[in-house]
Structures are given as C-alpha cells and as structure tokens.
Design a binder for this molecule. Structure first.
Ligand code: NAD
Length: 368
C-alpha cells in the first residue's frame, strides 16, 4: 500500500506497453521545489510501494541539498538477466515513450539498479530532450558516475563532522562498510587527507588491521581478486563484523539496516557517516544521539550524486561538479550539525525539520 500524507505522492503514473509486455511506473512524490528527480530501477520485484518510499527520500534529499528538484523515482518490472540486450532496449524505449507525459517537465530520470548510461541515452533520445535524464554518456553531456561524486561528498561531510566533534581527521582512524563506488572513493579521499583506514568490508568479509591498510594496495587487490579479504595482511572477519571494529569513524557504504538497536552499546565509533541509504532506522539513530555518537544522516551526507546530477542537468561540466558537491555538502552538513546542537535534537530530526520547512515554504497544496 502506498502511504499518502500531507506532502504526497502528488502523481503516480503507470505505463503498460502491450506489444513488449513492459510494465513500469513513476512516482512523483512532491513537485513544489521543481520537477521530480530520482532514478529508474529495473528489477523483477519492484513495486509502486517501494518506489514511493524512495521518491519520498528524494524529496528530502533534494530539499536539504537546496536543489530545484522535487522527489521522484521510477521502476520497470523486469529481470534483465532473462532478457537479450535487444529486449532490454525495447523495454527502455517503451518506458521512455510512456514517460513523455511527465518527462522532462515533471520528471527527470537517472540510472538506478540495472540501468546505466546507455539506457539513459535511449531515454533522452526517445523523449527528445537532454533534460529528460541525467547519468547520460559523456558524449551527450553526462558526468560519469565513476568519478565518485557521492564518495567525494561523504569525505566533505566527514571533515565537517570531525571538526564539529573536535576530532583531528589526520589523527583519526576509520572503517568503511562496502567497497563499491561509494566506499572506494570515500576511503581514497579520507586516506589522502591523512586519516588512517583500519577496516574495509565487502560482501565476502572484512579486512582489519590496527596498523592501517594501504589504499592503493587494497584497490589493486579488489580489482584483481574481487574482494578486499585477499589483502594478505591483518585479520579477516565476517562482513557484519565491520560494525564492531575499533575505529573513530564508520562510513557505511553498502547495505540497508546494517545496524540495529542491539548493536548500539557494543559499537565504539565516535562518528558514523551514513553513505548508504537507511543503514539504521531513526529510533537507532536516536539511541546513538543519546550515547553521544555523532550520526550524519544519509540524505544529508550522501547527496553528492544528486548534486552531480544537477550540474549535468544545467549543462555544466566536471570541474563545476567538484566545486558544487564540496560547497553544498560542507554548507548543509555544518548547518544541520550546528542547528541540531543548538536545539538539542539529533541531526536527523533537525535535517528533517529543515527539509519539511523548505518544501512547505513553496508548496500550495501541502498539509502539515
Ligand atoms: P556498489 O554496488 O558499487 O557497491 C556496493 C558494495 O557493497 C560492494 O563492494 C559490495 O561487495 C558491498 N557489499 C554488498 N553486501 C555487503 C555486505 N553485506 N557487507 C559489506 N559490503 C557489502 O554500490 P554503491 O554505488 O557504492 O552504493 C552503496 C550504497 O550507497 C547503496 O546503499 C546505495 O543505495 C547508496 N548510495 C549510492 C549512491 C551513489 O552515487 N552510488 C548515492 C547515494 C547512496
């Protein structure tokens, strides 16, 4: 069941293409700050309910990042592992054809699960506008995902959090959960800034060493052997043990619901930066807040990707992206942490209040 409240979702459009059998939908959660921005995922199990929750998260993320976008998300129900490349292309074309009624004026797409640059090329071409989506190939004005804008933003959020906490980043130790696009870049930037990487996990396990891990070696091992656990020195632990290692900072960058209420007492981090979406529920964040652990919420810290999308959307380039990600993440993380401290609330509660206020200020149809 989709949950409707005082903010939305304003529109849900379902698309069916009888010839190919493609079924898809888009949820436009709230349009008061601009066209709804959020990716399209292709999975066999995607539902309108799942997509509507993700669209709502985008409403808050865009509002906190001060982007002229509302929140949206889309889904195509299909298993691309069971399809030929031609069939997948046909589905994407059929989806884009159907999306002409909302895109680009009300919905700006992007790649999400099982969608990438070439699918965005098809989407923008069928709609007939480069503004229909971001995440396009470079020759269409795209800013590559491989640049690591989200990890770069998380690095700046971590810098701000350390300053706020009174922790010297150069003397800090840190652990990273996940070593994909997000985890890789955050580990790179933080080690370059002088922090000591002591643990990294991927789906195969954790590599831990209190002597520190060498980023270049770790990157090579991951590329060549497929897992950080092949590092060769230090201790190998099960993946979920990343939350129990000893370090000043944990950056989450893999799965949702990594941390639950039962973990809070045992975990010794001073700062947790949420790179992944929903690594813990709000109630658990509140427990950390009471314990004096600084948690920087996902929709504040991991907005580097959508900020990069905005740079692409307005036709600007890579160097503008680095500048805007740094400026926005630094400014908004600092604002949230300072105000949360002043008002004696958790950073999430504070950030949610700011996001809601920003949407309400521009929304004629919202109800509190
Ligand atoms: P990715 O697919 O590139 O990498 C995911 C990594 O997580 C891989 O290294 C994988 O081995 C690892 N992993 C899987 N299961 C694990 C487990 N149980 N324990 C530890 N590691 C595990 O994904 P990504 O783009 O790096 O995204 C990571 C998270 O960040 C996701 O939750 C995603 O929704 C979120 N996020 C990503 C972006 C972005 O721009 N990529 C932006 C915002 C949020």
């Amino acid at each position: 069941m989709v949950t409707y409240d005082g903010f939305g979702p304003e529109k849900i459009v379902e698309i069916y293409h009888p010839k190919s059998g493609m079924r898809g939908f888009v949820v436009l959660d709230n349009l008061s700050l601009g066209p709804a921005k959020g990716g399209v995922r292709m999975t066999p199990s995607v539902t309108v309910e799942e997509v509507s929750r993700l669209a709502r998260a985008m409403t808050w993320k865009n509002a906190i990042a001060e982007l002229p976008f509302g929140g949206g998300k889309a889904g195509i129900i299909a298993d691309d592992k069971d399809m030929s490349a031609k069939e997948k292309e046909e589905f994407v074309r059929a989806f884009a054809e159907g999306m002409k009624i909302v895109s680009p004026h009300l919905y700006v797409s992007a790649p999400d699960m099982n969608m990438a640059e070439e699918e965005m090329r098809i989407y923008a071409t069928v709609i007939g506008s480069k503004k229909a989506c971001t995440g396009k190939p470079k020759d269409m004005g795209g800013i590559p995902h491989e640049l690591g804008s989200t990890g770069f933003g998380l690095y700046h959020a971590t810098k701000v959090a350390c300053k706020h906490y009174g922790l010297d980043l150069k003397k800090a130790t840190f652990a990273v959960e996940g070593f994909g696009n997000v985890g890789w870049f955050v580990a790179k930037y933080l080690t370059e800034a002088g922090a000591k990487l002591v643990a990294v996990s991927d789906s195969r396990g954790v590599i831990y060493s209190d002597k520190g891990l060498n980023f270049a070696k770790l990157a090579k091992v991951k590329q060549e052997k497929g897992t950080v656990t092949a590092y060769g020195e230090g201790k190998v632990l099960p993946s979920m043990e990343i939350k129990k290692v000893k370090a000043d900072i944990l950056v989450t960058a893999a799965i949702p619901d990594l941390i639950n209420a039962g973990d809070v007492d045992e975990m010794k981090f001073k700062i947790i930066i949420e790179g992944s979406n929903i690594p813990m529920v709000q109630e658990v964040e509140e427990l950390f807040h009471k314990k004096g652990v600084l948690v920087v919420p996902d929709f504040v810290a991991n907005a580097g990707g959508v900020i990069s999308s905005y740079v692409e959307y307005i036709g600007k380039k890579e160097k503008d992206m680095w500048k805007m990600v740094e400026e926005k993440i630094t400014k908004n993380t600092k604002m949230v942490l300072d105000l949360a401290k002043k008002n004696k609330v958790s950073p999430r509660e504070c950030a949610m209040n700011i996001a809601k206020e920003r949407v309400l200020a521009k929304c004629d149809i919202c109800r509190i």
